[in-house]
Design a protein around this ligand. Structure first.
Ligand code: HEM
Length: 127
């Protein structure tokens, strides 16, 4: 059986809708908005490129920006456990909004939990 790569199974259209729905939430989230730029269009464009390759599609992010080095690229920002939870909550809601469901969603979300935890570089204030 030929199993399509997740990027193909999800489809570019759904992935782009997901990222757009995600950043609308990020912009409104009190824990996240302060560390993101006001204009999220370039951030969203990079995230579409990144998630395309994260899901096994063409290496769009690396072609334009080089190796992701994702944790290093996040070191300029205080990524706390609270912010990681908020990031994941925005993604969970965005998945619901665009109607992304099933095993593919569960696998993708589980990977994002792992990656988000890896980005944490700062403890919460009261810890
Ligand atoms: C960039 C926050 C997790 C992928 C950024 C930026 C911030 C941020 C503030 C800079 C935005 C900009 O200046 O354009 C966070 C927080 C996270 C998190 C609070 C919580 C854990 C993740 C995860 C992924 C990811 C899990 C991937 C699955 C990216 C990418 C960029 C980015 C691809 C663009 C990097 C670049 O500038 O080339 N993130 N992030 N982030 N983030 Fe995250």
């Amino acid at each position: 059986e030929n199993k399509p790569i997740p990027f193909e199974a999800i489809g570019e259209g759904m992935l782009h809708q997901l990222v757009d729905a995600f950043y609308i939430r990020v912009a409104q989230h009190p824990d996240l908005a302060p560390i993101f730029p006001d204009d999220l269009s370039e951030t969203a464009r990079k995230q579409k490129q990144f998630l395309t390759q994260y899901l096994g599609g063409p290496s769009l992010y690396t072609q334009e920006h080089g190796h992701p080095m994702l944790r290093a690229r996040h070191l300029n920002f205080e990524i706390t456990p609270t912010r990681a939870k908020a990031w994941l909550a925005c993604m969970h809601e965005a998945m619901d909004e665009v109607g992304f469901s099933g095993a593919l969603r569960e696998d993708f979300y589980a990977r994002l939990i792992f990656t988000a935890q890896h980005m944490i570089n700062t403890p919460d204030q009261d810890e």
